[in-house]
Design a protein around this ligand. Structure first.
Ligand code: MLT
Length: 220
């Protein structure tokens, strides 16, 4: 696909196939933008309905991960389940952060009002952006995230709210990984709400409702 519009409403910018849907309320400059980050094997369409459900008045920016595992898009390379290629993760984190900044100029949304909503692999790169490029996000909803990396220096995350929603019976994300991410975010000053869903790696309606409430409380 060339830079510009594709067949399905998706566009290409900086090598990222993505969709942008402005806030139904009018000017994207006045709204919060939700950065939607899908899980392994997903694409830019996956989280659009969820994004609209939890952020009725938000603009939605949804990129597709550039890394392919077989034919499954992801946001960064992994060596095995839960074992990440850290060099690639750092590179991809910066690349995605730069894309968000560039998209704010392309679509005229306020770069200071971007909140990530990520699921699984998408939540992991959202956490990595918070840790390495905190200026890009005002906050985040992280569904099924683990600790993606330990940064050389603690980021400054005070005034950022993070909803960390984990599955009590998740076989992909170990409980200690959730706790470690929670502690690192708190140590960096983030206001973390930790929710344990009665679920495995799949999302429940209850945590979707909690995400909606979280976004309404902190970012509407
Ligand atoms: C990852 O690779 O980011 C995590 O293991 C979650 C996933 O399966 O995508």
């Amino acid at each position: 696909m060339q830079e510009g519009k594709g067949n399905s409403g998706s566009r290409m910018l900086r090598g990222f196939t993505h969709r942008f849907v402005p806030s139904p309320n009018g000017n994207p400059r006045d709204s919060t933008t939700l950065l939607l980050l899908h899980g392994t094997g997903g694409n830019e369409e996956d989280l659009m309905p969820l994004g609209r459900e939890v952020g009725r008045n938000f603009s939605l920016l949804s990129p597709r991960g550039k890394v392919l595992e077989g034919n499954m898009p992801r946001f960064f390379r992994r060596l095995a389940e839960g074992v990440f290629d850290l060099d690639d993760l750092k590179f991809r984190t910066n690349e995605l952060a730069d894309f968000v900044r560039m998209a704010s100029q392309e679509y005229y949304f306020d770069a200071r009002k971007v909140v990530a909503l990520g699921y699984s692999n998408g939540a992991n790169i959202a956490a990595s952006i918070l840790l390495l490029r905190p200026e890009v996000l005002l906050g985040a909803v992280l569904f099924r995230a683990m600790l993606p990396l330990v940064p050389a220096r603690l980021p400054e995350l005070s005034n950022k709210h993070v909803l960390l929603s984990a599955g009590k019976y998740d076989q992909i994300v170990p409980t200690e990984q959730v706790r470690e991410l929670e502690q690192l975010l708190r140590k960096s000053g983030a206001k973390v709400s930790l929710n344990w869903a009665q679920s495995d790696h799949s999302l429940t309606q209850d945590e979707v409702n909690k995400a909606k409430q979280f976004l309404e409380t902190h970012y509407s």
